[in-house]
Write a protein that binds this ligand. Structure first.
Ligand code: GLU
Length: 441
């Protein structure tokens, strides 16, 4: 109980300041936060920035932990712990998703918030980075319970969010309905409707055309470019996709529509394989009907862990952090990895994959399609003027491919991995904004 009683704190997180130094080398103690900080340390080393700036960029500007009581349909009540971490505001309001998962914790949310800062800077959308999380398993709750817990979490973080302060969006375990409840709770408390408070809303409430599939479309644009870059013809390539949720399912569909043979797909319950190519539309139908890829008649059962080491050209990890580590990176057979998830590859795995000549396109580039269209949604809400789907999609493609070219050029000119190049480019932009604004007071 003491943990819970101590949980409601608001701080500027100075206690979280890291001791800048070499990246941790013992992979089995890696967490998303140690990974994110190791990536930052590498970029800072390259850019030659001083220690004070390094500490500032390694530490969230603001973090809020809240206790969120929920009245269950049965009449009993439960308490859940939630967080909202705002990593940086140098380039604009903080921006990032809200995750509902049982294992959500503050360090994970800190890492995800930091990655949002780099993602927004790299794609040149005028935001800083944030992330929210609630340690809850949404599958255990009714819609009515999810609505109540979302509204209460929103009320608890109300003082620090806003269309000019911090704009939540969907992430694992949340969706457009969650965003609608957040928008309504914020609007009722404001006394007027505020569509710009969240992105990833239903289109009927001011959501953008193309937002729901934006991350997957972006992943696909990058995957096709990366395959061509290593000399592979997408129409003769094969792919394995880990995760069949908001990112993986549509990525598998778009890749397949582009001619890539998707041979293996997994979700949290298991995996399926068809070396001749899975019928992704039929698989989506099966998942809609049963809730899982498991049991799909158009493929053979495969152990979930084996998905990552399939003999394919392209691997798309589109689930959670830390799935490619020093224990399995040596067994990866793919030629190209495109990170649909945030943080799927640990720094130790990155080193192994680079030595083995496997091209890794990092999360902050590969999965940025979501936040790009979130930005378009916020712009549209601010102007109360709606774009057509084809306008959204062509602007998304243009931004993704120009960022790809930029990162590739920077990496090749300096013989860096794409991750180090992308992080350094992003960190440089944030540091430049910080330098121009100056240090107050
Ligand atoms: N949760 C998504 C991400 O990790 C989207 C964030 C947003 O659109 O704000 O990029």
């Amino acid at each position: 109980m003491t943990d819970l009683l101590a949980a409601t704190t608001m701080s500027t997180a100075t206690d979280a300041a890291p001791a800048p130094g070499p990246a941790p080398t013992v992979d089995h103690i890696a967490t998303p936060l140690t990974d994110a900080r190791a990536q930052l340390a590498e970029a800072i080393g390259l850019l030659g920035y001083e220690n004070g700036l390094h500490q500032m960029l390694a530490t969230p500007r603001r973090e809020l932990t809240v206790a969120v009581p929920l009245r269950l349909d049965s009449g009993e009540s439960r308490l859940y712990i939630g967080h909202r971490v705002q990593h940086n505001f140098s380039r604009g309001p903080a921006k990032g998703g809200l995750r509902y998962a049982p294992n959500v914790n503050l360090d994970e949310v800190r890492a995800l918030a930091m990655w949002m800062t780099w993602k927004c800077a790299l794609l040149d959308v005028p935001y800083g980075g944030a992330k929210g999380g609630l340690a809850i398993d949404p599958r255990e709750h009714s819609m009515a319970e999810l609505e109540r817990v979302t509204r209460r979490y929103t009320s608890e973080i109300l003082p620090i969010i806003g269309p000019e302060r911090d704009i939540p969006a969907p992430d694992i375990g949340t969706d457009e309905q969650t965003m609608a409840w957040i928008m309504d709770t914020y609007s009722v408390n404001s006394g007027y409707t505020v569509p710009g408070i969240v992105t990833g809303k239903p289109i009927a409430l001011g959501g953008s055309q193309g937002r729901a599939s934006a991350t997957s479309r972006g992943v696909t644009h990058i995957a096709l470019a990366a395959l061509r870059h290593v000399g592979l013809d997408p129409a003769r390539s094969t792919a394995a996709v880990q995760g069949f949720g908001k990112v993986g399912a549509d990525a598998a569909r778009f890749l397949s529509a582009a001619g890539v043979r998707v041979t293996a797909v997994s979700d949290q319950y298991g995996a399926i394989l068809n070396t001749g190519g899975l019928d992704v539309e039929a698989l989506s139908e099966h998942v809609r009907a049963t809730g899982s890829v498991v049991g799909f008649p158009g493929g053979d059962a495969l152990d979930g862990a084996d998905l990552l080491t399939q003999d394919v050209d392209l691997l798309v990890p589109a689930a959670v952090e830390g799935v490619l580590h020093d224990g399995n990176a040596g067994d990866v057979l793919a030629r190209v990895i495109v990170e649909g998830a945030n943080g799927p590859t640990t720094p130790a795995a990155d080193r192994i994959l680079r030595e083995r000549g496997i091209l890794v396109v990092p999360d902050i580039l590969a999965n940025a399609g979501g936040v790009i269209v979130s930005y378009f949604e916020w712009v549209q809400a601010n102007q109360a003027y709606w774009w057509r789907a084809d306008e959204v999609e062509s602007r998304l493609e243009e931004r993704m491919l120009s960022a790809w070219q930029h990162v590739l050029g920077y990496a090749e000119a300096r013989d860096l991995s794409l991750r180090t190049a992308a992080t350094a480019l992003a960190v440089e932009r944030v540091a430049e904004a910080h330098r121009l604004r100056g240090l107050y007071p």
